[in-house]
Design a protein around this ligand. Structure first.
Ligand code: ADP
Ligand code: MG
Length: 598
């Protein structure tokens, strides 16, 4: 069955559900829909973005309480607010705006946290909001707010479960569709790049702080919409469903369903809800007594699932379900992206002027000077600990010199961050390959083209970005072809050999249309033939006028290829010259032969 037919079948089943199922099951499906709506936010936030949140239930509560108060307490509210209570559709918008504001504030204070501090932070504000719902005067305390009106949709009042069912699942389907679209776009790749580490993403021009905030806000909005639907389904709210335990359950649903997959959220919410209900019904009968035994069994069941299916249930199911894989084809007729104005051959593009970097008492770079010209390859060599990586980091905006200057095409860029430097036309690879293993070769390279596109989150979610996306992917495909990995275009990056992964990183760097390429040990781990191909590629790039700076250990590779060599030892530049001169230089021989590990 084709993916499209499968979707049609799924929609048809959804549509007839309430007509044939008993009300109990319709209610169950309503809950699954509401939970899944929150869980798809967590897929984006936690599964894809790597940010663990236990606090989503609080945003569900914000959506529910906003509409509850506005639609029932009109007479207590000032006139400028009270009019919103006229229709739940207005209160939905109000709830979204409030959620945006609150989430932005909470995001600003928690998203900078790393490691376990971030989840702890979400627990902290999740608890605060939960207690606020119960204690702030006017919110009905723990007995809650009754008499919430039903939603009216084009003249139909959605008073019964089998009526609001359609609205809940419509919201969920839109959530699934827009989230999947977003992930399969320029912004989506930026979000997925978060898992490749901050330095990699920023070096490709991705604003990682913004990307984190974006997914945090989207997840909060989806939770808010779920809360709004919930309030109008139950027609009553109290704080209970918005507590920390629910925040934990949402995360559970997402993880057991498959945190990295949008459909995993639906499967997770379904399995979780049905299993829990089933245990609640059967455990007391089996044991002949009540006493929350189902929770205990349920807990162990969840742990078992996590053991057996680390990636969640969805990936296991997906083997049997043909699903749409993002970006399978590349439109080679797409109009090429505009290129930046390139420097003329021989122009000094990159310059280090008296760069000094001290780590406490240790001087890792002492007054280092070097320059790289358009159309040349400069090698930076030296024994381990000489200070090459330190210099490399300062040039690429990852680190800031203690004193001295880094100049790029005549501008002082000292102290500018990796993203700004990337925007100016400097691109790099990493000594330890930093690719997104589960993403295709094509998409990895497309991350490099991030700064050459503009379309944001909303156009991506609604598929208004396709023209630009086609151009970005076509550019990425051209770079993959150029470095000779064309045969592997749609393979997962993680399935390539190390040597190919290094070449892939070069393609990713080239996708940004750089004028300087910084390569950190590009030949490490390459076989003889691969080295020859790499050397041919670099020669070709040089012929095209690119300036290339490479840090390298492999002497044979360096000597046959580069134009000039700079040698460092103990943080200082000890020699500079043509490869042949360097090979005869006594100071260099001393550094290498007398050195520690060469
Ligand atoms: P290379 O890349 O040439 O092997 P590095 O630039 O990595 O050398 O390191 C140069 C010196 O600076 C080493 O002695 C290293 O221990 C030290 N160093 C590098 N980074 C740091 C850091 N972040 N903090 C403290 N010392 C550092
Ligand atoms: Mg190094």
């Amino acid at each position: 069955m084709t993916p499209n037919r499968l979707v049609v079948l799924f929609l048809a089943l959804l549509a007839v559900g309430p007509l044939v199922l008993p009300p109990f099951y319709v209610t169950l499906l309503n809950y699954i829909g509401l939970y899944a709506l929150v869980a798809i936010g967590l897929v984006l936030l936690t599964g894809v973005g790597g940010l663990t949140s236990f606090g989503q239930a609080a945003f569900v509560g914000l959506g529910a309480y906003t509409t509850a108060i506005l639609t029932t307490q009109g007479e207590l509210l000032p006139a400028w607010l009270a009019w919103l209570g006229a229709s739940p559709w207005l209160t939905l918008i109000a709830g979204m705006l409030i959620t945006l504001a609150v989430a932005w504030l909470l995001g600003a204070i928690t998203l900078k946290l790393s490691g376990h501090f971030l989840p702890l932070g979400t627990i902290a504000w999740g608890l605060s909001l939960y207690f606020a719902f119960g204690s702030v005067p006017g919110l009905g305390g723990h007995s809650g707010i009754p008499d919430i009106p039903a939603i009216n949709l084009v003249g139909v009042t959605l008073a019964r479960g089998d009526q609001i069912y359609y609205l809940i699942w419509a919201f969920l389907l839109v959530g699934i569709w827009t989230t999947r679209n977003l992930l399969d776009s320029r912004e989506g790749r930026a979000i997925r790049a978060l898992k490749g580490g901050r330095v990699m993403a920023e070096s490709m021009g991705v604003d990682t702080a913004r990307a984190r905030m974006v997914i945090f806000l989207i997840a909060a909005l989806q939770a808010c919409a779920s809360g709004w639907l919930y309030a109008h389904m139950q027609r009553f709210v109290n704080p209970n469903p918005f507590g920390l335990h629910m925040g934990i359950e949402y995360l559970f649903m997402t993880v057991i369903g498959g945190a990295g997959h949008v459909w995993g959220a639906v499967v997770g919410a379904g399995v979780f809800t049905v299993l829990k209900q089933w245990l609640q019904d059967w455990m007391p009968r089996l044991l002949g007594q009540t006493g929350n035994f189902e929770i205990i069994v349920f807990g162990f069941g969840m742990v078992y699932l996590l053991h057996r299916a680390r990636g969640g249930i969805w990936p296991l199911l997906a083997k049997y379900v043909p699903v749409r894989k993002p970006a399978r084809t590349v439109d080679t007729t797409a109009e090429p992206l505009p290129r930046r104005e390139q420097p003329t051959r021989g122009e000094v593009v990159l310059q280090a002027v008296d760069v000094t970097r001290a780590f406490g008492g240790l001087i890792a770079n002492r007054a280092v000077n070097l320059e790289v010209r358009a159309g040349e390859i400069l090698a930076l060599i030296g024994p381990n600990g000489a200070g090459k990586s330190t210099l490399f980091n300062q040039i690429s905006g990852v680190d800031v010199p203690t004193s001295g200057q880094v100049r790029f095409r005549g501008h002082d860029v000292t102290g500018q961050d990796a993203r700004q430097v990337a925007r100016l036309g400097l691109s790099r690879t990493f000594q330890h390959v930093r690719l997104l293993n589960r993403m295709s070769v094509l998409e990895n390279v497309a991350i490099g083209a991030h700064l050459r596109g503009q379309r944001g989150v909303l156009p991506a979610a609604w598929r208004l970005d396709r023209a630009e996306e086609a151009r970005l992917l076509a550019e990425a495909a051209r770079q993959v072809e150029r470095v000779g990995l064309g045969r592997h275009l749609m393979e997962e990056a993680g399935s390539l050999a190390l040597g190919q992964q290094r070449i892939l990183e070069i393609a990713r760097a080239l996708a940004s249309d750089p004028c300087v390429l910084l390569l950190d040990e590009p030949a490490a781990g390459l076989r003889y033939q691969e080295k020859k191909e790499l050397a041919a590629l670099l020669s070709q790039l040089r012929a095209e006028g690119l300036a290339i700076l490479l840090v390298e250990h492999d002497m044979d590779f360096v000597m046959g290829l580069v134009d000039r060599v700079v040698v460092m030892d103990f943080g200082e530049k000890i020699a500079e010259g043509l490869p042949a001169e360097i090979q005869r230089n006594p100071a260099v021989l001393e550094a290498y032969l007398g050195g520690t590990d060469e």
